[in-house]
Design a protein. Structure first.
Length: 608
């Protein structure tokens, strides 16, 4: 039961948001919600969950997850945003299903006109449906779609993990150490279901279900064939069974469950499940060298959290009676509030995004405070493979725009090493330091200084490779980390296309190279080379520079002329640099004078 769109106006901390949930063809993309505490992340989820629970209660009225006749989320005028007159909320699901509500401070009849902020077709239509003497309208149109809802629940997993979910660790509760797996006692009466949307502490249910999966596989899905083997001096052959493996639904589920456990425990590809004896029915995890985990109740809090989340997806889909052969078969929606809860940074950054990737047809809608999880999602899915929205306004942002991203990213291994390298570089030199964007920038500047008579200027500084403009940005943003060891000026030198503003911060200076508008290459330090120099380089080796001729693009909006474009392929940047630094002339490097003038100004003092 995929969610398609969520609209909220004047609800709690939320002024207005309108989020359309992304799909690639029919495949849902994960949606990650970020924002400070109190920004409305859980409120947004509550509206979605309220719709899911209302749908479930329609077809399973005898096993409600909230009191009969009530709703999961309280509808109250106290949630109208301060100094506002109303709130509106609507969630659209697949197949034109939706749930919406509107509430005003006063009965509708007291308003001569609808509130000015009541904009949008759906919100205005809801206001029109509200009775004159009421200030409240609630429409779960799913209540009229029983057959449709029943079909959706029979083919999809539907789960919500609230922020107060918890599994007591083995060291806290000795009962967990002796807990035994039990056979499931499923209720098949009409109106009843053993499936729950809200999952607080599902480990014991998962253990019992996993026990049955393992048992069914071993008892009913073993595949063997009898072969007649001749016996010497006997006319009667002996029939011997040949084991051919396992085949069936339980076997498919078992394999996906093993993929999950292997991803979490990371002890090699040959991890398998074990079952204790008749008097000790526990599910263990076995490896090549023996037992790794005697009882899955004994996993760490982070491992338990991940195991519960993803085994619950398997269990719920299995109980829906849908067919499963691989993880990609599982469809549905999984909502997780504070998905990084209890997780170590390695789990957040690496394991969790990979596990989400295992289930491409499950729509994950999650909240997080962890920039490392966001970074891990970017690494696994790519920038466009998931949607990141910041509350309370719901605007879509890039991972680097996540307000908590930079400071937490600095604590991660690679960035921490970068910070240490910068600190060491500063401490080991007494000269002013100039960080250029890359190794070719450093080499070009050194050669230009020789040809243009500016070697004395570069001799007064330590010229270093900053390893990309992103690292220069990190130095600028985290200047305080290095302040106590900076006793001389430091210049961050950006290429022309980055267009950072010229700024000073104590002894730290940020400068960018002015672009040469008449030169054919627009990006990188190669912008400083004129067309005649670049034509000479192309004549030496055509691969140095790619030229795309002017051309016309025709689309719905008409025709558009795209101008000629010159670029240096990534794998040729070093080759071009080496050739120009060896064969280039004073005329070829003449525009580097602007860089030296820039450095003179930042360093203070004239070298001529």
């Amino acid at each position: 039961m995929y969610v398609k769109r969520t609209q909220i106006i004047n609800y709690g901390p939320i002024d207005r948001l309108d989020i359309t949930f992304p799909f690639e063809s029919d495949t849902p993309k994960p949606v990650v919600l970020v924002g400070e505490n109190g920004s409305g992340k859980s409120i947004l989820l509550s509206h979605i969950v309220n719709g899911l629970i209302s749908a479930k209660d329609l077809i399973y009225p005898d096993t409600p997850e909230v009191e009969k006749g009530k709703v999961y989320k309280i509808r109250s005028g106290s949630y109208i945003k301060s100094k506002k007159e109303f709130y509106f909320a609507r969630v659209d699901f697949q197949d034109s299903l939706f749930i919406e509500e509107i509430r005003s401070e006063h009965p509708k009849e007291t308003y001569q006109n609808p509130p000015a902020e009541l904009t949008g077709q759906e919100a205005q239509a809801a206001w029109g449906k509200m009775e004159q003497k009421n200030g409240d309208y609630f429409d779960p149109n799913i209540y009229s779609k029983e057959t449709q809802i029943r079909d959706i629940f029979s083919r999809n997993c539907v789960l919500y993990f609230p922020p107060n979910r918890f599994e007591e660790p083995a060291w806290l509760n000795k009962e967990n150490l002796i807990a035994k797996a039990e056979y499931l006692d499923l209720n098949h009466m009409k109106g009843y279901t053993d499936r729950k949307i809200i999952n607080y502490s599902p480990l014991h249910d998962n253990q019992n279900w996993l026990f049955e999966v393992i048992y069914d596989r071993a008892a009913f899905e073993i595949n063997a064939r009898n072969y007649n083997v001749p016996v010497k001096d006997s006319a009667i052959p002996v029939s011997l069974p040949l084991f051919l493996g396992y085949f069936g639904q339980a076997t498919s589920i078992h394999e996906v469950a093993l993929q999950i456990v292997r991803s979490i425990i990371r002890k090699g590809p040959n991890i398998r499940f074990g079952i204790g004896g008749r008097h000790n029915r526990v599910v263990s995890v076995e490896g090549e060298s023996g037992q790794l985990v005697p009882n899955i109740f004994q996993l760490s809090s982070g491992e338990t959290s991940l195991l519960n989340l993803f085994l619950s997806i398997l269990r719920d889909f299995d109980l829906s009676n849908s067919s499963l052969t691989k993880a990609e078969d599982i469809r549905g929606i999984v909502i997780v509030d504070e998905i990084d809860l209890h997780l170590h940074v390695a789990h957040q950054y690496t394991i969790l995004p990979q596990l989400i990737k295992m289930f491409p047809n499950v729509q994950f809608v999650v909240t997080t405070h962890s920039p490392l999880f966001v970074l891990g999602m970017k690494n696994v899915f790519g920038e466009d493979g998931f949607a990141l929205h910041r509350l309370p306004y719901g605007q879509q942002i890039s991972p680097e725009e996540f307000s908590e991203f930079e400071s937490a990213y600095q604590s991660f291994t690679d960035t921490r090493k970068f910070s240490d390298d910068i600190r060491t570089a500063i401490q080991n030199v007494q000269k002013p330091i100039v960080f250029a964007e890359g190794a070719t920038d450093v080499k070009y500047l050194q050669r230009a200084a020789e040809l243009l008579g500016r070697s004395e200027l570069l001799g007064r500084v330590e010229l270093k490779d900053g390893d990309g403009f992103g690292n220069l940005d990190k130095i600028w943003k985290n200047y305080k980390q290095f302040a106590e060891v900076i006793h001389q000026r430091m210049v961050l030198l950006y290429d022309c296309d980055k267009q950072r503003t010229h700024e000073n911060n104590g002894d730290l200076f940020r400068r960018y190279i002015p672009p040469q508008r008449s030169h054919p290459i627009e990006k990188g330090i190669e912008n400083l080379f004129s067309q005649s120099t670049l034509e000479k380089a192309r004549e030496h080796k055509s691969d140095f520079i790619t030229v795309t001729s002017e051309h016309t693009v025709t689309g719905r909006g008409g025709s558009q002329t795209v101008p000629e474009k010159w670029e240096v392929p990534g794998d040729e940047k070093t080759n071009l640099c080496n050739w120009l630094c060896e064969d280039g002339t004073v005329e070829d490097f003449q525009y580097f004078q602007t860089v030296f003038e820039l450095l003179e100004e930042a360093l203070g003092g004239d070298s001529n």
